[in-house]
Design a protein around this ligand. Structure first.
Ligand SMILES: C[S@@+](CC[C@H](N)C(=O)[O-])C[C@H]1O[C@@H](n2cnc3c(N)ncnc32)[C@H](O)[C@@H]1O
Length: 216
């Protein structure tokens, strides 16, 4: 993985009393150890889930799958915890932290699907090396996926789209992944649900692209 320093906010304003209680009482019960145990259920991970709209929707529509969301931003985690409690959801685990540390220690071939939705775009050229979708990270992400597993990405940022597509067209990436929706990258996958950053993209009239990569 590239640099291990976390860029971005961990918190914005204070949490409500209810959120603080959930962070202390519910979050420890949803630790990723449960998700990482050997089991036959399909496993799906989302990196940087923000407010948790997508992982919550996916988990409630796929009760026989296990989900793991990684998000360092506490307000987003607290928001998802409230929804988990309100709806008694039992198939979501949460890491309130940097996905890169977890990923580095995960076993091979554990994931059926990995989602990366609206990753921080880092628009300045000098910051491009911080982008999560990075050639250097792909071998690790490939290693985590089961055979035929999928890595799904969405972004509305034009320069990030060009960056992703350039990487996808490189010979190195083609050995690892097949870009299965190359001709339909403007269409979301089944059961996609709009996230907060998706809504922001719509407000600013930005085109969203969805990438589905199948592990070779
Ligand atoms: C632009 S926001 C998108 C949030 C959400 N996916 C959405 O579509 O609304 C990017 C998110 O990625 C998270 N993030 C950034 N670096 C991360 C990392 N190393 N591990 C996990 N999450 C990360 C940020 O905290 C932020 O919530």
């Amino acid at each position: 993985m590239t640099s291990q320093r976390l860029y971005g906010r961990r918190r914005c304003g204070s949490l409500t009393q209810e959120q603080n209680i959930l962070m202390q009482s519910l979050l420890p019960k949803l630790s990723c150890e449960n998700f990482l145990k050997e089991c036959s259920e399909p496993k799906i991970m989302e990196i940087g889930f923000g407010g948790g709209e997508h992982i919550f929707h996916q988990a409630t529509h796929n009760p026989s799958c296990l989900f793991l969301g990684c998000e360092p931003f506490e307000n987003g985690v607290a928001h998802l915890l409230q929804k988990i409690e309100e709806h008694n959801v039992e198939n979501i685990s949460i890491l309130n932290g940097d996905a890169r540390f977890l990923i580095a220690g995960m076993k091979d071939k554990v994931l059926d699907v990995l989602y990366l939705l609206f990753p921080d775009p880092w628009p300045k050229k000098k910051h491009w090396k911080r982008r999560f979708f990075h050639q250097d990270n792909l071998p690790t992400l490939h290693r985590l996926l089961k055979n035929n597993g999928e890595f799904r990405i969405a972004t509305d940022h034009a320069s990030y789209q060009s960056w992703i597509e350039e990487i996808l067209n490189s010979e190195m990436t083609k050995e690892l992944f097949t870009w299965v929706n190359k001709d339909e990258a403007f269409l979301p996958w089944k059961e996609y649900v709009q996230t907060r950053y998706h809504q922001k993209a719509l407000l600013h009239d930005r085109e969203i692209r969805y990438y589905i990569l199948k592990k070779n």
